[in-house]
Design a protein around this ligand. Sequence first.
Ligand code: ZN
Length: 301
Amino acid sequence: MEQTTAGNAELPVFEQVRYDEPIPNVARVTMARPDARNAQGLQMTYELNAAFDHAAQDDNIKVIILAGDGPHFSAGHDLGGDRGKTWRDFPVIGTWGGFDLGGAEGRYAREKEIYLEMTERWRNLPKPMIAQVQGKCIAGGLMLAWCCDLIVAGRDAQFRDPTLEMGVCGAEFFMHPWEIGVRQAKEWLFTSDWLSADDAKALGMVNRVVPEEELEEFTLNLAAQIARKPAFALKATKEAINHVQDVQGRRNAMMHVFSLHQLCHANNQMQWQLPVHPNGVSPAFRESLKKRDEAAKKQTG
Ligand code: ZN
C-alpha cells in the first residue's frame, strides 16, 4: 500500500511516541522506545494519551493504529522512573489526587490514574483502534493491546502476564477473562506461561495472525477497509459492542479486581518491604523499586 509521508506540519510531535497519518483517514501512534522495548513510563503514558486525543478530535481520522518500534510491541510498565519528572509535569486525567503520598494510598492513586482509568479512557475512545503487535507483549503491554478494538499479531508474537509470580493478581486493567475466557485465563495466570499468537487467536484475543514482514502492510489494509465505512456508524458500533460488554459486568468486575490488586501490593509491602514478591522480579528490578519507594518517602517527608 502506498503510504503518505508525515510531512504535515500540523501533526503533533512527541519524544517517546510518533504520530503519523500513513494513509488517508488513518492515524498511527507508534511507541518509539525500542531500546527499552517500549516500556511505558509516565511520559509515554501521557504522550500516548495526547496522541489519541489528537486523533479523536481530528474529524478526518476514522481509524487509529497503535504500533511499537523495534522487535517487541511492549515490555509493560516502566517502573524505573521518569528522569526526575514528577506528577506535576503531566496533565493528569483524574481527580483522585495524592500521587506523591506514601503507603498504600499513593500507589492506589498512581495506579488508578495511569493504569486503570487511563486504559479505560483509551478503551472508550470512540474511533476504532487497531493494535499492531510484534514480538513480546508483557503485562502492562497486554493492557495497551487490549484497549484497542482489534489486535493484529505477527506470527512470532507472544503474550504473557507474569504478575502472579510477582505476588499480584494480574495486570491492573483486568481483561483476562473477557479476552480468553474464564478457564483459560485461570491457567494462563496460574502458570504465568507465554501465550502464542496462534493460541491467542484460537481463544479470541487476537483477530488476525500474519507473518511479521507483512504485519504493517496487513494492518494498514485492514485500517483502510474500516476507514471506508461511515464515521458515525463506526463510532456507534464500537459504543454498542463496548456497552454490551459493560452490561455484562466488565467495569464492575474490573473495579473489584483493582481493589484486590492493591491489596496484593499492600500485602507484599508488609511482607517483603516491596510492592511485589521478591522471587518474581530480578535483583536490578528490586533495587529500582526500592529507590522509587525511597524517593516517594522523601517527597512526603
Ligand atoms: Zn500494580
